[in-house]
Design a protein around this ligand. Structure first.
Ligand SMILES: Nc1nc2c(ncn2[C@@H]2O[C@H](COP(=O)(O)OP(=O)(O)OP(=O)(O)O)[C@@H](O)[C@H]2O)c(=O)[nH]1
Ligand SMILES: [Mg+2]
Length: 429
């Protein structure tokens, strides 16, 4: 197991709500997610970063000594370093030195399973690497590598920048194609008028657990960061019988490297186009408010605003103080306290989702010719069939349909509406 020394830094010049201890803890979580052994986590408070070594030279020498004493393999910084700073630090410390972005890229590369996920991670890794290849003396086989990995592959790193650029272009192109394919699928879903709900949230908040309990999906759940990289969609029936699509996707983190957000844009497009967002927040986490802010920041960066949002305050089973839970709930509008793992209050969550779409459903009484039998299947799939009679003159159905489908159906010349469809499904109390 790789022996790591962590260096957590706080600059006074930085206007971040994150305290030194919080950043330190988060760094430990990230390093643990890479399966490395943490030997020590030293902290350092300074006014502002320096161009040469990022922190003071004296501190760097102290780190070098500690590394020699403790037989450290890798030093991990809580911030991002420039290529020059990284080289200067490695020169003095004499050990592999990586920054926060490299660490996160490393976790992503460990968890990428699908071809698309792998491409997105490689894209982000190469974009990170490219500006660091300028100038002489770069140890190519090492740059870009995180804990226990060698970055985008030694072979690839032996090629020159031009070839890396070419590879970048190809990756971007391939990802664009996949994105187009997704767009087609999304359009099909939209045409079928199924509303789409996207689960978002800080990594490890319990998004995959929630989609599993709600839909019986088999998403991998693990107490580690960034377990899910590939999006997943499942259909879900609401208490009123209406069907919606629910999607799980990659988790967020505070200061998520910009390259990663860019590379994962195709995946995150699902969130951009959703009709409703459910923000899963781990209410048992000591940094729940910071997590909330981090997620809001990423949504803002993705230019998502004015979308209806429900906050699912998850893992209430881990909190004993009920008054604190209520207090926290009051801090978040449109929120509900749940436990995805122990199926607590999921009915309340479903009702909130349902209320969001209420008014979308129209109840109607229709007479279809027998030749339109196929439509009944569609009604069962997307609406709620209340009564069905097979008569001589046709099929009579009392059904609640999503409004776009209702408009399409009553627009057909061979379908008769017996009673005007204006009764909307009532929201649940
Ligand atoms: N006690 C408790 N644990 C939960 C609950 N929901 C999820 N967990 C645990 O939290 C951990 C993370 O759950 P996931 O569902 O993988 O979280 P995620 O948000 O999908 O995480 P990433 O995909 O890594 O971003 C797992 O160990 C789950 O068992 C809950 O309601 N209560
Ligand atoms: Mg997940």
């Amino acid at each position: 197991m790789e022996r790591t020394l962590l260096v957590t830094i706080k600059f006074h010049s930085e206007k971040s709500p994150w305290k030194l201890e919080d950043s330190g803890e988060e760094l430990e979580e990230l390093v643990s997610a890479c399966g490395a052994e943490i030997i020590d986590n030293i902290s350092c408070v300074r006014e502002r970063p320096t161009a040469n070594f990022f922190i003071g030279k004296g501190k760097v020498e102290e780190i070098a000594m500690l590394c020699a004493q403790e037989e450290i393999d890798t030093v991990v910084f809580s911030h991002d370093l420039s290529g020059t700073q990284q080289r200067n630090l490695e020169d003095i410390i004499g050990k592999k030195t990586i920054d926060r972005t490299q660490l996160i890229l490393d976790i992503f590369s460990r968890h990428a399973r699908s071809p698309e996920g792998k491409m997105q991670v490689e894209l982000a890794q190469l974009q990170y690497l490219l500006p660091r290849l300028i100038g002489a003396g770069v140890i190519l086989s090492r740059t870009g590598g995180g804990i226990g990995t060698s970055g985008p592959g030694e072979q690839k790193l032996e090629v020159d920048r031009r070839r890396i650029r070419k590879r970048l272009d190809k990756l971007k192109n391939d990802i664009r194609h996949l994105s187009l394919h997704r767009k087609t699928t999304r359009k099909r879903r939209k045409d079928n008028s199924m509303p789409v709900v996207a689960l978002v949230g800080y990594t490890n908040a319990g998004k995959s657990t929630l989609i599993n309990t709600l839909t019986g999906a088999l998403q991998v759940v693990s107490n580690s960061l960034f377990t899910t990289l590939d999006p997943l969609y499942k259909s879900l029936q609401l208490p009123n019988g209406e069907n919606i699509v629910i999607s799980d996707t990659v988790g967020f983190l505070h200061n998520l490297p910009h390259h990663l957000i860019e590379a994962f844009k195709a995946t995150l497009e699902e969130v951009i186009e959703a009709d409703l967002i459910i923000h899963v927040l781990d209410v048992s986490h000591p940094r729940v408010y910071q997590h909330n802010q981090a997620v809001m920041d990423v949504l803002k960066e993705m230019e998502i605003k004015d979308k209806p949002l429900i906050i699912a305050l998850n893992k209430i089973d881990l909190v004993d103080d009920l008054s604190w839970l209520e207090h926290t709930k009051n801090d978040f509008s449109s929120s509900v306290l749940i436990s995805a793992k122990f199926r607590k209050n999921l009915d309340l969550l479903l009702n909130l989702i349902q209320n969001n779409f209420s008014g979308r459903m129209v109840s109607c009484d229709l007479l279809l010719p027998h030749s339109r039998m196929g439509m009944i299947d569609l009604f069962y799939r997307e609406g709620r069939v209340e009564k069905i009679d097979y008569l001589q003159e046709g099929i009579r159905v009392e059904v609640s349909l999503p409004r776009p489908l209702y408009d399409k159906v009553v627009g057909s010349s061979d379908i008769k509406e017996l009673k005007k469809g204006n009764r909307t499904t009532k929201p649940l109390p």
